[in-house]
Structures are given as C-alpha cells and as structure tokens.
Design a protein around this ligand. Sequence first.
Ligand code: TRP
Ligand code: SF4
Length: 333
Amino acid sequence: MTERIVSGMRPTGKLHLGHYLGVIQNWVELQHKYESFFFVADWHALTTKYDKTENLKQDTLEVVMDWLASGIDPNVATIYVQSLVPEIAELNTYLSMITPQNWVERDPTLKDMAKILRTKEGTNSQISYGLMGYPVLMSADIMMFNATAVPVGIDQVAHIEITRDIARRFNNIYKTEFFNEAKPLLNHCSLICGLDGNKMGKSFQNDIKISDSEEVTAKKIMSAITDRSRMRKDDPGHPDECQVAFKYWEIFADEEQKNTVRCECEKGQRGCADCKRQLGKLINEKFAPIREKRRYYEAHPEEVRAIIEAGSQKARKEAQKILTEVRNIIGMY
Ligand code: TRP
Ligand code: SF4
C-alpha cells in the first residue's frame, strides 16, 4: 500500500518565501513518494475570520496559483478546497461526538489563539464554538482520507497528537481498526526570517512573496538587515552577526558562493549594498521559472478554477467511500 498524506494551508492570499521553503518545497518532493492530498483550509480561516470574507475567494485562488507555480502537479497530487468537500463536515460531526471536551481545551495552539483574541478584543466572547472545535475539524481533514502521515511544521504536532487520540478512540468505541493513526512528517528545513529579522509574515510587512516582481524583490532585499556594527563598506564585517542578508545567502547560495561572501565580508572587501544587490539577483534567478509559471496562471484563472474543481471532485469521491464505511461502522441508517 502506498502511504497517504494530507496537508492544508489557510487561504492567506499570495504566499511568501517562508511558505515556499517551509511547506511547499516539501510537498513538491513528497507528492512523488506518497499519495498526496493538498487542500486550502477555508473553513479553518472562518474559525477566526468569519467576519472578513471579502477576499476569501481570491485568496484561495492565489494560494493554489502559488502551489501550481511552485511545482505541485495536479496530475500527481489531489488539490482541493476544503469547503468543496462537504463530506469533511459530516465526518467532523461524528468525530465531535466522541471527542471529550477537555481534549480540545488542552490544545496548546488553541490556548495561544484564545490568548491573542482575548487581548485583542478584551473579551472571551470572540472565541466561537467553531474555533473550539478546530482540532476536531483538523482531525476530520486528516481522517477523511485515512492518511497515514501528515507533513506539518513543529507548531502543528500537538494537533496531530489529538488526531491520533481521536482515531484511537473511534477505533475503540466502534470496535474497529478502520482509522490509521497518522504520524506527523516533520520537515527539517531552515526557517527563513523576515527582512527585519523577525518571523516572516504577511502581517509584519517583512516578507518577499513568491509572486513579487524582480524589481520589488531587489528593492525589498536592499532593506534587509545586515551587520549593524558596520559603518563603512571597507570595515571588516561579521557574517554571523549579519542577521538577515547572510542568513539568506546561507539558504540560497551554494557552498562556494557562501564561502566567497563570508571571506570578502570578513576582509572588508564587500560592501553591504553590493552584497545585497547580488543576493537579490540570486533569489530572482532561483524564482524566475516559478514566477513565469505563475504569470501564466494569473493570465488563465479559469484553468486554475478547473483544476480546483476537478481536484475537489476527485477528493469527494474518495471521501464518500470512506464516509460510507464510517456510517456503517457507527451504525447510521
Ligand atoms: N492547521 C493548519 C495551519 O494552520 C492547517 C491545516 C488544517 C492542516 N487542516 C490540516 C494541516 C490538516 C495539515 C493537515 O497551518
Ligand atoms: Fe552581511 Fe553581506 Fe554586509 Fe557582510 S557584506 S555584513 S554578509 S550584507
């Protein structure tokens, strides 16, 4: 049996290099090793942004365009939108019945989210019933396709633990071995920080988008933080204290390039402005084919919609098979 993976991303709109390096690149490799289901988690977006839906459609499309441009192949992996597979909502209902309330209350991500929402709104009332059920919905996402593994970042591991607990509890209650206990598949790639040295994020305005033009990318790179102790370009620099620019070199350059940059910087033979101009060029070269592909999809959104439609149909077929079994196992009419 080929192993099966499921993974999702929220519809946050145009994705940045953090998404590319941390998630998408990994998926592109995994799609050839596993039967892969990749989806846009639009219901998950509603758990916190139920009142900001005006860009949801476009943001969903943008995410899928970034995936396709980056090399997720709709003929290899199944690409779908969560809300186009309503079977997930039915499975979510069954799972929510068997999940003890304190399991979801214990979820650390949920606790963090609750904290943020509380400080923002000054009240608890912003935590909806749906948000409380988020770990169960995520379990439904995964169990809907009876995945054996879930590629995620370290921050999502607690959710996968709950999913395993719920799968085990289902099997115990209904005396079956139907559901797999999916394992987290951690990706160990280095995290890229934002241009200001903080975590790269859309809301911090410190990101470089996959879809940014070469000009915009070059300009953004020029704003990246370097070795702050350096005043003049022939001062000896300290690559290890060059918080952002050198980190980017380490991510994108080969050994030889990296060593050259390090050497020249340390000897004061390399000005930061020049260094970042070169860095911008390197990053633009790396993303040129991806951006070209993306421009094609931007010009043909109907093709992207057709891919989403076909992928969601395919996902539904599989989901319906599983749901029929689940209904039988539980003993539904
Ligand atoms: N919770 C994930 C995130 O916020 C997205 C997600 C939802 C997901 N359902 C999933 C990831 C199922 C993996 C599997 O990033
Ligand atoms: Fe960083 Fe390059 Fe400046 Fe050295 S020369 S401090 S590596 S930006």
